[in-house]
Design a protein around this ligand. Sequence first.
Ligand code: BGC
Length: 330
Amino acid sequence: MYKKIINLVVLVILITSFLLMTYYGVNTFHVKSNPIEPQDFQYHFVLISEETNNDYWRLIESGAIDAAKKHNVYLEYLGPSHANMSEHVRIFDKAIAGKVDGIMIQGISDKEFTPLINKAREKGISIVTIDTDAPNSRREVYVGTDNYQSGYMAGQALIEDTVGEQKVGVVIGRSAASNQDLRLQGFMDAIKSESRIQIVGVKESNITKTGAVQATYDLLKEHPDITAFYGTSALDGIGITQVIRTIRPNLNPYIITFDTLPETVELLSKGEIDAIVVQYPYEMGFRAVEMLIELKDGRHPEPLQYTKTEILHQKDLSSLQNDQKGDMAR
Ligand code: BGC
């Protein structure tokens, strides 16, 4: 009798587990028989980033998603998981082979990207360059920062914000990327008439935080008398401050860097960073999708569409936060 009760209890447990497993399994793994397909939409566009999980690119992506939703566009977001030129080129070439309606991509290097942009155009794919232009290619529109001008503004800010001799260490994202190069050129042109300011070294971060840490460390090792840092890509300022805080807490260099990612804004508010060159990535993504739609609809949008650039200091923080809702707070 006792054995029978035990068997019954075990059986009830088994049946209940089976039912629960079936119920939750169906809800977890159920694949809709009617998935969303690109052909359900008016257009199929692809946004190719320099690095998919980079916070700056996520902002561009969110702008593009919002515009895609608004205009019934099927949007794909692709790119290398870590910045890598050959992978970037391979993904671009694959998207072209996929015969999509339009592609948004940086014109990172003339040599690698211009031929592919032209190839896409020959296949009837519209191309909008985003964040970094490829002016020698057949791209139809560029949406993004005027990168030379943004570097020039960074140089002017350094001149205005400092006094006396300055030895500047530059942490550049990738010297092979034309936007980074333009940001350095603009900066150099701005400071060239100021004999008190001189660049003592330039090192690459490969657009990662750990790369920026290494670059800063190497710069300080080679030039212990550095008094200022200029970071030209979105995670550079975070890496620079991390090194200063850890190994040279009494140095207090002047630091100017790019992009209002939350961590960088936090460092500005704490006084660890002195100024930020503000870009508008959300707007870039949103506007680039709208430009592709205009092109597909046979209109002729203005080819050079610079988004705003400005310099942000600690004292401007409150006003800018209200003003830049779409971009900064995300
Ligand atoms: C640049 C992008 C780059 C990103 C990397 C931004 O400042 O505009 O080109 O991919 O930094 O974090």
